[in-house]
Ligand binder design. Structure first.
Ligand SMILES: [Mn+2]
Length: 425
């Protein structure tokens, strides 16, 4: 199923209300000398990768409830990203997970991606599960394992992932480790860290010169006493040990409650070491909920630092943006549409922050004014800007509304049936 521009245009209907809302906001913003056209262009240019594992129903360790019309093949997953992109014009990339999504026909996979305007962003390895036919088990760790042969198998898997990514045009590898311990005394912290550093360096040494290594961290789960790469500091240290094309990847859900993620982002960007970013939201831990569904103001504050970094830290690379969420009760495509909208909304609001005025207020120790500036941007209803950005690229005025009006899920069920199950979940 592919959505054509004409059906989206038809679903858009009259733009009368949009024009009125946009003109009202544009007039208001121009009073503070905002270049509205440039703002819309920046929003339209912002693209986020959708991971191949997010198109089907997720699940918890207690159960998984299938969703009808799930994509059963990699080609169908890319087609789903194409639907999201056609509607939102902000999901122009897919992030594959290996070995869940090893292409069997590279030409066919690239062709369907091309047809849908989708590129291949960072590719993800998996050494947190044993795959069918695997010689050695990762039960007690992969890159940090005490057994050299197991570490070698895990390093080789990462090299294999890079080779797959090269055929598709990816330029970065994301490594997330489940390695750690669930009980005190289970392993030597120092030895586990040293083995991880050695393995990461071997992965890095095997990557092409134009590739980046993105190192993700997480404080707990699936191990509950310790994880080897527990926080941004450990990731940063490993990235520095590997070399200049190794970076830290921040996942919003991979922090202990109330962590100041915006400060983490600012610190990493100042050091030129923030390489990737995973969006989701959470109440308690790595909940993988819809972006912006729980803490939209925190998301805005994080975006404020990201925008500052993108404008002031040329030492930091362009980031690999990805949604890393799981869909247990919502239609995954509807959930992703909501996440994409929340990301763009936070980004647009952060773009509205008057950085000059904020710097002046900071110099004057005008704490009240600092808050006024941030919250003034945050309280602005930027949705007409998002609508204009989507319309400028042929997207939907209201992506969720169009998805329902065009009966996309019903169409997918018609094509795929009710009982397909997405691979890897
Ligand atoms: Mn992640």
């Amino acid at each position: 199923m592919q959505l054509d521009k004409d059906s989206i245009l038809a679903a858009n209907g009259s733009l009368h209300n949009h024009e009125a809302d946009f003109n009202h906001l544009a007039e208001k913003l121009s009073r503070s000398h905002t270049d509205v056209e440039a703002l819309v262009k920046k929003i339209a240019d912002f693209q986020v990768a959708v991971p191949s594992w997010a198109l089907g129903a997720g699940g918890t360790r207690f159960g998984r409830f299938s969703f009808h019309g799930e994509p059963a093949t990699l080609e169908q997953k890319i087609a789903d990203v194409g639907i999201l992109h056609a509607l939102t014009q902000t999901a122009g990339a897919v992030s594959l997970h290996i070995p869940w999504d090893v292409p069997t026909d590279y030409a066919a996979v690239k062709q369907i991606a091309d047809q849908n305007g989708i590129v291949f962003d960072a590719i993800n390895s998996n050494t947190f599960q044993d795959q069918p036919g695997a010689k050695l088990s990762y039960k007690h760790g992969s890159l940090a394992n005490t057994d050299e042969a197991i570490r070698a198998q895990a390093v080789e898997h990462n090299h294999e992932v890079v080779r797959i990514g090269e055929k598709l045009g990816s330029k970065s590898l994301t490594v997330w480790l489940a390695d750690g311990t669930s009980f005190p005394g289970q392993r030597s912290f120092q030895k586990a860290l040293a083995q991880t550093e050695k393995s990461c360096k071997e992965i890095y040494a095997g990557m092409p010169d134009d590739w980046s290594l993105l190192i993700e961290y997480k404080p707990y789960e699936p191990n509950f006493y310790s994880t080897v790469i527990m926080d941004w500091g450990t990731s940063f240290m490993l990235a520095n040990a590997c070399g200049e094309r190794a970076y830290t990847l921040v996942d919003l859900g991979h922090h202990l409650p109330n962590s100041n993620i915006e400060q983490v982002v600012a610190t990493l960007m100042a050091k030129g070491k923030l390489g990737g970013f995973h969006f989701n939201d959470s109440k308690y831990g790595d909940d993988d909920l819809t972006v912006g569904s729980i803490k939209p103001y925190a998301l805005f504050l994080i975006f404020n630092e990201l925008v500052y970094g993108m404008e002031h830290n040329p030492q930091n690379p362009d980031l690999a943006w990805m949604i890393d969420a799981s869909h247990n009760v919502k239609d995954p495509l509807e959930d992703l549409i909501q996440s994409l909208e929340a990301i763009q909304e936070a980004y647009a609001k952060a773009l509205l922050v008057d950085q000059k005025a904020l710097a002046a207020a900071q110099l004057n120790h005008d704490v009240v004014q600092c808050q006024e500036i941030l919250q003034g941007a945050y309280r602005t209803d930027v949705r007409p800007l998002l609508e204009r950005a989507r319309l400028s690229r042929g997207g939907a005025l209201d992506p969720l509304g169009a998805y329902r009006t065009l009966r996309v899920r019903e169409g997918l069920i018609g094509e795929r049936g009710k009982h397909t199950v997405a691979t890897g979940l």
